[in-house]
Design a protein around this ligand. Structure first.
Ligand code: GDP
Ligand code: IMO
Ligand code: MG
Length: 431
């Protein structure tokens, strides 16, 4: 039985939510394995819009198990709110349909405060443009061995000791930033109050998933962010604080790497980015504005305007390599309808030298200028196309050229936000 990992192959917001929802019909279990509520995944089903942040995009399909793995950082208050919202939209979420790994670190209010205080204090050039959700500070606590994890909520004495350990680290930091100390009693009371509501979903995810795998269940792993925001392989330091690439799927839930049979990269037909950092093909002109307007490029989580630019084949070839992508889902092809000419970045000029990959050093990344190839656009509409036969010849040529340049085949093509406006070329779950 095939297990599939879905990863973003650019800077996030490639349309992972839509594709994970579409694929979840074929899966038994859907797992989030990294990131937190910095993610914003939008699903449109018969015009009803669902916006998900920490919950896996499989939750809207009944009868599936959704899993939040240990690789995620979880804000328990935000999760309970999200469960309320989604339940209000008619989706049933119970301990039978949602499981949270007991070893998942919790994002606490002081993580968000620290994240925002640091961003405010940062000077131009050092600001990351984070979502302000406390993601970085929580991952820092995890590797610093002072995080409070889901399992700690089960025992009052353990919880209080863990809070004391966290305060020992955070209060001096806050003092340096001019922020008042943490109210210990209030934090402990808040955590005790939500403990039962979170613990009812908690369990040994690694064990359940390994059993499900042995029983022949199909597992779908849903990535958040995109490979260019990966802590190791992204445009450091303008990245998120977790590994985003496909290898993280195994460690983020506790299953062996051999469990991954297929990696599906989600690729937008052009490029967007939210927050600071290098973006070689960024457009600051009418074409960029047109991409943003036609693509409704505003962040699902923060509402920020996304920066827009041409498709960068160099970057996607690179991210397909670091994630071992077997096939891609090309999304938002319809947004390119009506452009007379389309440009694709096929290399970079760095100080007069041609490169076919983005270098690692931040200053070199910032100096890379794109080398473009031009292709004729198409005037026909591809919106809502559900078969190749519905696509104009020039759209097909564009897709074929993308495949050649990134050295990876298209498995799925998406032509609107709606679940069913999807063309299947190769089924990632096929044995
Ligand atoms: P994610 O973070 O990767 O899940 O992506 P987001 O949901 O943040 O952003 C993608 C946006 O594009 C959402 O509003 C989707 O509804 C929308 N979308 C997804 N696929 C398509 C598509 O093929 N065409 C168009 N026009 N919109 C799409
Ligand atoms: P989805 O899953 C786009 C970006 C932020 C910022 C950087 C660090 O919807 O694709 P963080 O709050 O993670 O410390 O911010 O990462 N970022 C995203 N950009 N889509 C996302 O998620 C993102 N999650 C984080 O804008 O530049
Ligand atoms: Mg998003």
């Amino acid at each position: 039985m095939a297990n599939v990992v879905v990863v973003g192959a650019q800077w996030g917001d490639e349309g992972k939510g839509k594709i994970v929802d579409w694929l979840s019909e074929r899966a038994d279990v859907i797992c989030r394995f990294q990131g937190g509520h910095n993610a914003g995944h939008t699903l449109v089903i018969d015009r009803a819009v669902f916006k998900l942040h920490a919950l896996p995009s499989g939750v809207v399909r009944g009868g599936k198990l959704s899993v939040i793995g240990n690789g995620v950082v979880l804000d328990p208050w935000n999760l309970l709110q999200e469960i309320d919202t989604i339940t209000g939209q008619g989706v049933e979420i119970t301990p039978e349909t949602l499981m949270i790994a007991e070893n998942t670190p919790l994002i606490l209010p002081f993580h968000g405060e620290l994240d925002r205080a640091r961003e405010e204090a940062a000077s131009t050039g050092t600001k990351i443009g984070t979502t302000g959700r406390g993601i970085g500070p929580c991952y820092e606590d995890k590797v610093g061995r002072r995080a409070i994890r889901v399992a700690d909520l089960a025992d009052d004495a353990t919880l209080e000791a863990r809070v004391d350990r966290a305060l020992q680290h955070h209060d001096p930091l806050r003092k340096g930033l001019g922020v008042e100390p943490i109210d210990r009693a209030a934090l402990i009371a808040q955590l005790k109050e939500i403990a039962p509501s979170i613990l009812k979903y908690a369990g040994p995810v690694w064990k359940v998933l390994n059993e499900k795998r042995k029983a022949g269940n199909r597992i779908l792993f849903e990535g958040a962010q995109g490979a260019l925001l990966d802590i190791d392989f992204g445009t450091y330091p303008f990245v998120t604080s977790s590994n985003v690439i496909a290898g993280q799927a195994a460690t983020g839930v506790g299953i062996g790497p051999g469990a991954i049979d297929y990696v599906l990269g989600i690729v937008k037909a052009y490029t967007t980015r939210v927050g600071e950092g290098p973006f070689p093909t960024e457009l600051d002109d009418a074409d960029g504005q047109r991409l943003g307007e036609r693509g409704h490029e505003f962040g699902t989580t923060t509402g920020r305007k996304r920066r827009c630019g041409w498709f960068d084949a160099c970057l996607v070839r690179q991210t397909c390599a670091t994630s071992g992508v077997n096939g891609i889902s090309l999304t938002k092809l319809d947004v390119l309808d009506g452009f007379e000419t389309l440009k694709i970045c096929v290399g970079y000029d760095l100080d007069g030298q041609r490169l076919d990959y983005l270098p690692t050093a931040a200053d070199q990344q910032a100096r890379c200028t794109p080398i473009y190839e031009e292709m004729p656009g198409w005037s026909e509409s591809t919106e809502g196309a559900r078969s190749w036969a519905d696509l104009p010849a020039n759209a097909i040529k564009y897709v074929k050229r993308v495949e050649e340049l990134i050295e990876c085949p298209v498995a799925l093509l998406s032509t609107s936000p709606e679940r069913e406006d999807t063309i299947l070329v190769t089924d990632p779950f096929a044995d």
